[in-house]
Design a protein around this ligand. Structure first.
Ligand code: MSP
Length: 523
């Protein structure tokens, strides 16, 4: 892979105050699809995820659980690691902010900013939300029915006054605006970009960068009664993982600046305002892009502890299978918009797109080949215009997907693939190879060959989203493991006479519970 263009992608690091839920799985799956896509496209990928373990919120959760914060973090962080396995996530590293490499990097960045005069000691008086781990201005707050002040997120805030170190954020307003101007693709989608730009245009206050009223954090170098503000510590994880402070290292020079920080819309400001300011202030390059996706509700309701409607990823996988969950989350919504996770919507996607459209196509074609072509790839004869049209549609997918994936437009990419699935299904009906089996065997062979070749394209291209099913499908087409990347799409067509294994269904239908019968995957 020497010489391959690097691609560094990150998920947010997840707070360990809670168990993983579908929101966390969503961000991670989206990153995984991109990481797999870029690897298949020949890029040298580094894909990072991990856990955010400091701060008041985590300290409180540990206290509530009656154990030491470190032990609490070890336990909950493991749940997130387990989630990556369960969701078939191909991350190259998993970072924890309590690791020595991260403490070293955070203290080094602090010292660099201090050396450059970007940090000063002052007194903070203002509103803080522990749930959001964020500071708020008075005019951002609303008073709830209970008289308590709340942040825009609905979280309670408390008044704090203490000695803090500050970062000179106010001095970065113009340079941030110039940076956004020069890099129109820095924030996606567009609507988020406008929000961030107008926030910065509204003026920036210096940012409190340390706390003294609790101790679960990274000690400020030279003043250990202060711990670093948890967001400062958290954002640094992205450079820790590429070897900061060793900026001369091969890892750092290969992968920094990151190509993409994927985040939810609630944390866009931290990534698109504070983070590039910290980096520029330390003389480092800001990331190339931050994409803020939308939020899921569940059966029309906001996910919340009090409603008890958090869906653990393990439950989804058990019920629907990992590929179906991955497909649903990336196909159902335009990436960037909010949406609703409902059982009905999942089942209908599984049954129509996966089982009916792609599953049936593969099953029909492979079983006709098994039955009529001595279980080997048939030999194609001269191609008709209809054959050429289907093959051209399949071959046209990769350039289209490159554009969609570069814009994090997963739903559009999947729509394009399923357009070819539907072309292929129409072609089967029109060409009726079952009838040709009786009247014109050579033509039947050509039709089945064209279909198998279209399915090979589809199977290679759906690997980033449904890796398990795609690999089963490629096994059934006897495509060698080293012929499954995007470079193999051009040339490397199926070879007539290659023996094929016995066909098996790849996407079972989901049977919905009726009259007390049990729901579940069929077959
Ligand atoms: N620890 C910070 C991130 C630090 S990154 C340097 C944090 N953690 S979090 O665990 O609270 O949230 C992580 C991600 O989950 C966020 O991107 C958030 O948007 C996402 N989601 C949380 N609930 C969600 C939904 N209901 N739907 C979609 N994504 C959601 O913030």
């Amino acid at each position: 892979m020497a010489g391959a263009t690097p691609y560094y992608i990150t998920t947010p690091i997840y707070y360990v105050n809670d168990a993983p839920h579908i929101g966390h799985a969503y961000t991670t799956i989206a990153c995984d699809a991109l990481a797999r896509f870029m690897r298949l496209d020949g890029r040298r990928v580094k894909f990072l995820t991990g856990t955010d373990e400091h701060g008041q919120k985590v300290a409180k959760s540990a206290r509530d659980a009656g154990i030491e914060p470190q032990e609490f973090c070890d336990r909950v962080s493991q749940n997130f690691r387990d989630m990556t396995k369960l969701m078939n996530i191909s991350n190259d590293d998993f970072i924890r902010t309590t690791e020595p490499r991260h403490i070293k990097a955070s203290q080094a960045l602090w010292q660099e900013l201090q050396k450059r005069g970007e940090i000063y000691l002052g007194r903070f008086a203002g509103w803080y939300s522990v749930r959001d781990e964020a500071f708020y201005e008075e005019d951002e707050l609303t008073a709830g029915a209970d008289g308590k002040k709340r942040a825009p997120s609905g979280a309670e805030v408390e008044w704090i006054e203490e000695e803090n170190y500050f970062f000179r954020l106010s001095a970065w307003q113009d340079r941030l605006l110039a940076f956004y101007d020069a890099n129109p693709d820095f924030i996606g989608p567009r609507s988020r970009r406008n929000e961030v730009v107008s926030f910065v245009k509204g003026g920036l206050r210096d940012l409190s960068l340390s706390r003294t009223s609790f101790s679960w954090g990274i000690p400020v170098p030279g003043d250990s009664k202060h711990v670093m503000y948890v967001w400062f510590d958290a954002l640094i994880n992205y450079i820790t993982a590429v070897g900061y402070p060793d900026v001369e290292s091969a890892e750092f020079s290969t992968f920094w600046p990151a190509n993409l920080h994927m985040v939810g819309k609630d944390i866009a400001r931290f990534h698109a305002v504070y983070w590039p300011a910290f980096l520029m202030a330390a003389g480092l390059a800001p990331p190339r892009r931050v994409f803020a996706h939308g939020w899921w509700t569940v059966e029309g309701e906001k996910m919340s502890k009090s409603l008890g409607n958090f869906i653990p990823p393990a439950k989804l996988v058990e019920e629907y299978g990992v590929d179906a969950v991955r497909y649903f989350l990336l196909r159902e919504l335009p990436f960037g918009s909010d949406g609703d996770f409902s059982r009905h919507a999942v089942v209908s996607r599984i049954n129509s797109d996966l089982a009916n459209d792609l599953g049936n196509l593969a099953q029909r074609v492979l079983s006709m080949i098994a039955k009529n072509c001595a279980a080997a790839v048939p030999a194609p004869g001269a191609l008709t215009a209809a054959d050429e049209a289907l093959l051209a549609a399949a071959r046209g997918l990769l350039p289209r997907l490159r554009v969609d994936f570069a814009e994090q437009s997963f739903h559009r990419g999947l729509e394009a693939i399923w357009q070819v699935v539907s072309d292929a299904n129409r072609y089967v009906d029109e060409q009726a190879p079952w009838a040709l089996a009786k009247t014109d065997k050579p033509r039947m062979g050509t039709v089945l060959y064209v279909l198998a070749e279209a399915i090979r394209h589809i199977a290679i291209l759906v690997q980033p989203v449904v890796p398990e099913a795609a690999s089963k499908l490629l096994d059934q087409l006897a495509v060698a493991p080293d012929r499954r990347d995007f470079a193999a799409l051009a040339g490397n067509a199926l070879v007539a006479g290659t023996p094929l294994p016995k066909p098996q269904g790849i996407f079972p239908r989901y049977i919905v519970e009726k009259d007390g019968e049990k729901a579940g995957k069929a077959g």
